[in-house]
Design a protein around this ligand. Structure first.
Ligand code: 9MR
Length: 453
């Protein structure tokens, strides 16, 4: 096992890769390890991953048949939120009759493309099914807890972070809870929802998610802060706070955004930007996006950023052109600013310095997979694979437990039933791809094998 702690001198680790699979399956296959390159990442997900973060997008199930949409989404993002399909009205249209097909479609698309999933949302005053809107008191409290338990249990093991409770605070200067049928069941409804979610899916991070909580001096921000502080002090299971970050001229990006993220993080929770969009255009919009990315990168516990849609035309407020791609699927100035901000951010924290790699393997044959190490962190590392000799490759990447591959980029990925073997094929984004491995203390390099299709 590599010792990645200790002196800070640059280090190069030499390790032969293990070629897996049967001889027949691996005919014309070689593995070669060569020194890594330091080229800047060319997609949002890849760049964020190099910084120990994700870059996500809200996906609308109805658009998954749009090839331009899925091509951009697959290429650029490594985290997915269902825009509407996992909400209460979608998942429990009749009491105790659960419907997961729309949510599953998005979750399966995400997983089959090597992406992780944010769950949105388990308890919310809005988009409640009709039967729930008409409920109150103990019956509603129990129905809400049953919903949290059933949905979080169904998706257990597939969700990176759940928006357990969404938008429970009032706008304006009151700092009060939002009045709703859920609030009227008693002030403890939020913590009850978090406890139920923890019991149902102990592996997911549990988030409180809201909007208009970006400006540190606003009463709503302060009120959410006090709730999270109280939850942490009393041991209510909360792991993260989601900042929706829907900005426009009436709700501009505040100058103190970094302060807000940092102050919440200092409570001992992760912070995530969960629904980012910024109305506008051109350099003005681009600079606001840049500021948001820089603020997140400046906060160690800011895990990732999700934009609320792919193209402007996919947005819930399309006329404000608030996203990173225009209606034709072209990158906007805002995209370039986000990628540049990501690429100029600090690499993720970790015990090792610059990437290193080593040559070995057996050159020759029709297809060569070259591995190089990427960034390393306490809990995970990135790997990069470059394929030469064929544009029609199939590369398997095998991790050894307790390692688990948690993200991929620039590759169409599927997994075997053990979850240890990722089979990657070209996704239209060239012949190099990357992945993140949660190592669980096992620093061994994954084994690579390359064959042609
Ligand atoms: O983008 C979503 C839109 O398609 C729905 O019609 C709307 C219904 O409430 O919800 C939108 O998403 C919201 C998210 O779930 C919570 N934060 C605000 C988002 C924008 O309204």
């Amino acid at each position: 096992m590599n010792d990645l702690t200790g002196d800070s001198a640059p280090r190069r680790r030499w390790r032969a890769a293990v070629v897996t699979g049967t001889a027949a399956a691996l005919a014309a296959c070689t593995v070669l390890l060569l020194p890594g390159t330091s080229n800047a990442a060319t997609t949002l997900g890849a760049s964020a991953a190099e910084r120990g973060r994700y870059f996500g997008v809200a996906i609308a199930g109805g658009r998954l048949s749009d090839t331009q949409y899925t091509t951009i989404a697959n290429r650029e993002f490594n985290m997915v939120t269902a825009e509407n399909e996992m909400k209460l009205d979608a998942t429990e249209p009749n009491q105790n009759q659960f419907s997961f097909s729309s949510g599953d479609r998005i979750v399966n698309w995400a997983i089959s493309n090597g992406k992780q999933v944010r769950g949105h949302t388990l308890a919310w005053h809005s988009q409640q099914p009709g039967w729930m809107q008409n409920m109150s008191g103990t019956a509603l409290r129990n129905a809400m807890l049953n919903h949290v338990t059933r949905v979080a249990t169904y998706y257990r093991g597939k969700i990176h972070s759940w928006d357990v409770v969404n938008e429970a605070f009032a706008d304006g200067s009151s700092g009060a809870r939002r009045d709703s049928n859920l609030q009227r069941t008693g002030n403890d409804w939020i913590e009850a929802a978090f406890r139920a979610a923890r019991a149902a899916d102990p592996g997911a991070k549990l988030c409180y998610n809201d909007y208009n909580t970006d400006n540190w001096s606003h009463a709503k921000t302060q009120a959410v802060y006090r709730m999270v502080q109280d939850f942490k002090q009393r041991g209510v299971p909360i792991d993260c706070v989601g900042f929706q970050a829907h900005f426009n001229s009436g709700n501009p990006v505040p100058n103190n955004y970094h302060t807000t993220l940092q102050n919440f993080a200092d409570l001992g929770v992760d912070v995530q930007i969960t629904e980012l969009d910024i109305e506008g255009s051109g350099s003005s919009q681009a600079e606001q996006y840049r500021g948001i990315v820089q603020a997140c990168l400046a906060v160690t516990r800011c895990n990732g950023i999700t934009v609320w849609g792919v193209r402007d035309s996919d947005s819930w407020r399309a006329s404000g052109t608030p996203l990173l791609f225009n209606g034709s699927g072209q990158k906007k100035a805002a995209y370039d600013a986000v990628l540049a901000a990501l690429n100029s951010g600090q690499p993720g924290p970790g015990p090792s310095g610059s990437p290193s790699s080593s040559p070995t393997g057996q050159p020759g044959g029709s297809c060569t997979a070259t591995y190089s190490e990427g960034q390393k962190w306490n809990d995970r590392f990135n790997g990069q694979v470059t394929v030469t000799g064929s544009d029609n490759w199939i590369v398997t990447v095998t991790v050894s437990p307790p390692q688990r591959m948690i993200a991929t980029w620039n590759v169409s990925a599927t997994w075997d039933s053990s979850g240890n073997v990722m089979t990657g094929r070209p996704n239209g984004n060239g012949n190099a791809f990357g992945f993140t491995v949660q190592h669980g203390g096992n620093w061994n390099w994954p084994a690579l094998a390359c064959r042609t299709a």
